[in-house]
Design a protein around this ligand. Sequence first.
Ligand code: PMP
Length: 453
Amino acid sequence: MKKVLNFSAGPSKIPTEVLKIAQEQLLDFNDSGISIMTGSHRAKMFEDVHNETIELIKELYKVPDNYKVLFIQGGASMQFAMLPMNLKQSGMVEFVDTGVWSSKAIKEAKIQGLDVNIIASSEESGYDCIPSKMIFSEDCDYGYITSNNTIYGTQYKVYPKCKNLVVDASSDVFSYPIDWKNIGLLFAGAQKNAGLAGVTIVIIREDLLDIAGDDVPSMLKYKNYAKSNSMFNTPPVFSIYLLNLTMKWLRDQGGVEQIQVQNKQKAKILYDVIDSSEGFYVGHSQKDSRSLMNVSFTIRGGYDELQKKFLSKAEEKGMIGLKGHRLLGGIRASIYNAITIEEVQTLANFMEEFKQENFNKKTYEVLNVKCGGCANTLKKTLKEDFGEVEVDLEAMPRKITLDMTDDRMEELKEKLRSLGYPLTTDELSGFDKLSTTAKSFVSCAIGKMSDEE
Ligand code: PMP
């Protein structure tokens, strides 16, 4: 079988051990003579799996007795609408906006006619962090956060306080222990850390079950799921079965406490490569908001050709699912619970190698620069098209350092020529002939080049 390392954001890797058990049991579940997929959901065979799964979740996640574990279909996205339908009282709800998934939840709450307040947002900085100040008011029906932002690679280190905190934990569920004191409801689609798409896990504090009025459709009412032990209608049996196997696998790994230790080690391996890459790899998230689940980064400030090359080389080496979300671009490595340290190390080694092969840092001396301002103007002009450029304002002549592939160097030369910068000593002699505008734009020229590793 082809060996592939799957860094997909979701659906994503399911532990091989889990898939092997599912394969062994596919045609004949526990000597029943039939597949778990084909028996009645009311039969003991499935009911045992179903109830055991709920117990495993309670045990591993240390869910207090006054919470119910529900299995609902419709994905995490359906929760965006079910929440306002079920939990509205005064009609005022508060959100922290940390990206696309929170924005979608905000939209659905508005559709339900709720008065939505956004108490903090990181939109202005391109969703590159978890806001530092978040204070929910006492009288909101619920306060809403997205614990891990799958696209941008940001994650809460501590949840903010709120009497009814709602957490979308779709992309970091079961990856660290939860402090339930603060939580009203936590939900997660299964397709990242909990197995197969098709089931959404909702863990709700019991007092919240009684809020929904008669106007909420039966299939969208948490209480009906709680009363029927999530058998209000036919549940997604195979997804629940895979969730069961995934929870047993998690128990074998030492539970959420141990998996958290491993997740920290895995993320550190990749962030260390990014941080020591001299700007070749640029992480999207600010350091204190970095996700342990999704590592989103660009190459050379988003240089498309190089990113495409990275993705295709990675694929040649059997590493897939690394393309960043279409909204953010770049690269994203999703390293959920099932990804092993060895797999992350393989990716890190590849990143190092790719950098060695494609990092082409050169230092250019900038002649005739009269002031630091001139060098800075040049730096700004180049940044638009070529990403970050270092300028040494102390050196005389001034030096700029940039990472440049040879074909890109041609592009750079074109750009500089169009701006009126002579490039070589020969061209320098033509400096006097340049227009006054070109000269005054920055009264400098790029001259002698020297390579630097
Ligand atoms: N919330 C988060 C944080 C997600 O990452 C996703 C999907 N990637 C969703 C919600 C939506 O999940 P679903 O496709 O199950 O509706």
